[in-house]
Design a protein around this ligand. Structure first.
Ligand code: SF4
Length: 284
């Protein structure tokens, strides 16, 4: 019998609240799009596009340029990409009364930081190696691969890695997150997500010792080390999720006012009659 394939986001949902995962996956309750989700999708899309533009930008550098000049190149490209993406999603933003221009201005600070980091890396690399054009692109590290699809039959995991930083002899998966980070470290669901990505890459024979959660709104990157303890914990979580989805038994509500208040499914979840009908409908 083939193993049930799970996405790391299912583990993330489970860690937030097992009942939420059940409502979504077994009862098929729909998550209504919220403004935060629309904003998150646009920010993700912009990062994907700027990563995909990287080869073109770097291989177009044919001579030594000042750091300021390099920064201007990035600024110009990022501005075009961001405007294009925001315009594409204009109607969705307006549905939530979000002014596209205001959204652009607020997110621009994050993009500018990204542009500064990348311009500095290239400037320093050219200073040391004195190479340009396609050779510069080929030699510079890390290279960033966006939206990499992964699948692992042994672990029973499939998903999409937001960013994979390729250092030539080492790979670092990066998970982009919008919204707030906890005071210390990362949210448990985010940690388990990056752990699974690292484990899949490791199973593919790639050298991986750490992964990164990048909270894009806060310009904060947190590094998670892969070790046996984390791998064992992640395997246990996979087992728990698989059991929940196979047993199809409605879990209790989570005992957390904060989680329930922020949950998109709270109205349905606290409506016992509605849940009872749904269970009957699914013959559970
Ligand atoms: S409302 Fe609370 S108990 Fe219900 S699914 Fe959401 S987080 Fe879980």
């Amino acid at each position: 019998m083939s193993i049930m394939m799970l996405s790391p986001t299912a583990i993330s949902s489970y860690l937030y609240c097992p009942r939420k995962l059940f409502l979504e996956r077994i009862l098929g309750l729909v998550k209504y799009p919220k403004d935060a989700m629309v904003k998150g999708t646009i920010k993700h899309g912009i990062f994907e596009d700027i990563n995909n533009k990287e080869k073109e930008i770097i291989s177009s550098i044919k001579e030594k340029l000042s750091q300021e000049r390099l920064l201007n190149i990035y600024r110009k490209e990022y501005s075009v990409i961001a405007r294009k993406k925001i315009l594409f999603h204009k109607k969705e933003l307006e549905k939530f009364n979000i002014d596209p221009l205001d959204f652009f201005i607020k997110f621009w600070k994050t993009l500018l930081d990204e542009a500064e980091t990348r311009a500095k890396t290239i400037y320093e690399f050219i200073e040391t190696n004195n190479i340009f054009g396609i050779e510069l692109w080929e030699k510079i590290t890390p290279k960033i691969i966006s939206e990499l699809r992964i699948s692992d039959e042994e672990l029973g995991v499939r998903g999409i890695i937001d960013e994979l930083r390729d250092y030539g002899n080492q790979y670092v998966p990066v998970e982009l997150k919008s919204g707030k980070s906890p005071e210390k470290g990362v949210w448990p669901g985010h940690k388990s997500q990056i752990a699974l990505y690292m484990m899949v890459l490791k199973n593919q024979g790639k050298f991986v010792k750490e992964g990164i959660i990048k909270y894009i709104d806060e310009k904060k990157e947190v590094t998670i080390q892969l070790n046996t303890l984390l791998e064992d914990e992640s395997k246990k979580q996979l087992l728990l999720v698989r059991n929940l989805l196979e047993e199809k038994k409605l879990p209790e509500r989570v005992d957390s006012f904060n989680k329930c208040s922020a949950c998109q499914l709270k109205e349905d979840c606290y409506n016992d009659k509605f849940i009872e009908d749904k269970l009957k409908e699914k013959k559970l």
